[in-house]
Design a protein around this ligand. Structure first.
Ligand code: ZN
Ligand code: ZN
Length: 186
């Protein structure tokens, strides 16, 4: 048993020696390696954290971009609708303006005709050939030509036989062009 005890002591001594040897050489290496590993792990954890934050930021930006695109599209649709409405209003306004100009023009013509009639009332009752008023019946009864000019029948009959022209506007006329404008027997 004494041998085996000695053996055991010896073994312990050997293992002690071995651990002493390890402690003398390896520990600084192991420690620095451990330290390096620890630092590396720390760095990796930090990088992972940064990557996670960057990914999160990227996703947020993508969502924001999508929202902006949708907003931009809807804004463009609104702008297009407004432009179309504006065009319609403008076209409607142009059409109304044209109609007003046409109406104004026709009123102006009517007014000019009325003014001409009002300015020269003597024309309406006087035969410009003999400068006497015409009558509603008889030889000097009132008649008109296709141009609208009015004379006593006897005067215009003589005038057309001579010149075949309206004495007022020089329109070419013939005897059958003479029209009665008031009813009655000749
Ligand atoms: Zn006359
Ligand atoms: Zn005439």
């Amino acid at each position: 048993m004494g041998d085996s005890n000695n053996d055991l002591i010896d073994l312990n001594e050997i293992s002690m020696d071995a651990s002493e040897e390890n402690q003398a050489d390896a520990p600084p290496l192991e420690q620095s390696q451990e330290n390096k590993n620890y630092q590396m792990e720390n760095a990796i954890t930090e990088i992972d954290g940064i990557n996670f934050l960057l990914e999160k930021e990227k996703r947020n930006n993508e969502i924001l971009l999508k929202k902006l695109k949708t907003h931009d599209q809807s804004t463009q649709v609104i702008i297009r609708n407004l432009q179309r409405k504006l065009e319609e209003v403008k076209n409607g306004r142009d059409l109304m303006l044209n109609q007003l100009v046409e109406k104004e023009l026709s009123y102006k013509i009517d007014m000019e005709e009325l003014t001409a009639i009002l300015e020269d009332p003597a024309d309406d009752i006087t035969c410009v050939i003999c400068l006497s008023p015409w009558q509603s019946t008889g030889a000097h009864r009132v008649v008109s030509l296709p141009c609208g000019h009015i004379f006593g029948k006897s005067c215009i009959t003589l005038s057309i036989r001579r010149t075949k022209l309206c004495p007022k506007c020089r329109l070419q006329v013939r005897l059958p062009d003479i029209r009665f404008i008031l009813p009655g027997t000749p």
